[in-house]
Design a binder for this molecule. Structure first.
Ligand code: ADP
Length: 331
């Protein structure tokens, strides 16, 4: 869907981005991760031509972005700016309407789509008439997302989209973000300096340093198959949490004990589906479940085979995790 080939950008003596190449597949979330000044923002801005590369090629859907009309790019590419970037003197409704107006949408269509998005993003319709400073940080964030999504672009570029939020709000929005249909269908390139955020949201991570790509891969590639010492050190501070976040119950399935329920209890439980958790859940979120439920056991079900279910305790989960670690680190 998006392909960068040997793209470079220099500002005076600073080589902001150097010979950078990567491909983002349709429907995936690619997170560009790196410390401040590593060239992330420059990279994302070259995709929608807010910054022009000095050399290299960028193509979108097989067409060179360099030759595409900027209006066409805007229609295809939604953009969430760093620090949200809402226009302070525009109401929420006017902020959301910026791109539709550029695209000459009729007033009712803009209104309809704005209301639809506000509902999906769980914002009250009263917000439409308010100014950004009258909203909380989390609400402003949602308006920023609504503005980027309004024209239903195939591609979404997000520059530190959750950067302005406190940790609790940020985690809540992460969970929602992953659950929303509007996002699932999109090809997303997101910039962050926060390794936890990258691990929670990315299908693949592109780790950058000094304008260059150090490694591109899944969270688990970076953890268990680091390209070099830089990658290893970058993750070291948060290694255990990252391991919990990058692994799902499904990954541990074979190591977890078989269910301990009779057929009747299983059918009862299947009847009240809400008690069953999908095995695609990360080990991290599964551990949180144990924290928040009064039950000693939680039941997980394989999403592609709902007859496969396991009911496990917290200690069984940690044991399976340790076994997995031993197999992967020492094997
Ligand atoms: P990141 O997003 O990873 O923090 P940036 O892409 O913003 O990194 O910046 C990469 C490097 O390019 C930094 O050294 C930064 O100072 C420099 N840079 C970025 N934009 C400009 C600009 N408009 N003018 C001059 N230097 C810039």
């Amino acid at each position: 869907m998006i392909e960068l080939t040997a793209v470079s950008k220099r500002y005076g003596n600073t080589q902001a981005v150097k010979e950078l190449s990567f491909t983002v597949f349709k429907g995936e979330t690619m997170v560009i991760l790196g410390t401040s000044g590593s060239g992330k923002t420059t990279t994302i801005k070259m995709i929608n031509r807010l910054v022009e590369p000095d050399t290299g090629e960028i193509s979108i859907n097989g067409r060179s972005a360099i030759h595409e009309k900027p209006e066409m790019l805007r229609r295809k590419i939604g953009y969430v700016m760093q620090n949200i970037g809402l226009f302070p003197h525009y109401t929420v409704s006017q902020n959301i309407a910026v791109v539709p107006k550029l695209l000459n949408w009729p007033e009712e269509k803009i209104q309809e789509r704005s209301v639809e998005l506000l509902k999906k993003l769980r914002l009250s319709l009263d917000c439409l008439a308010l100014f950004p400073h009258e909203l909380s940080g989390g609400q402003q964030q949602r308006v920023g997302l609504a503005r980027a999504l309004v024209a239903d672009p195939e591609i979404l570029l997000m520059d530190e989209p959750f950067g302005a939020l406190d940790n609790v709000t940020r985690s809540e929005i992460h969970v929602e973000f992953k659950g929303l249909e509007e996002f699932k269908r999109k090809t997303i390139v997101m910039v962050t300096h926060d390794v936890q955020e990258a691990f929670e949201l990315a299908d693949r991570i592109c780790l950058m340093h000094k304008g260059e790509v150090v490694q591109i891969g899944t969270a688990r590639d970076l953890l268990y198959r680091p390209a070099n010492d830089f990658v290893r050190q970058f993750l070291d501070g948060a290694r255990l949490t990252l391991e919990f976040k990058s692994m799902s119950i499904q990954d541990l399935w074979e190591l977890l004990p078989a269910h301990r329920m009779g057929l009747k209890e299983r059918t009862d439980l299947m009847g009240s589906r809400k008690q069953l958790q999908p095995a695609t859940l990360s080990v991290w979120l599964a551990m949180e479940l144990f924290n928040f439920t009064v039950e000693d056991y939680v039941s997980f079900v394989l999403t592609d085979d709902p007859t496969q279910m396991k009911t496990i305790s917290f200690s069984e989960l940690t044991l399976a995790f340790q076994q997995y670690q031993q197999q992967n680190v020492h094997g």
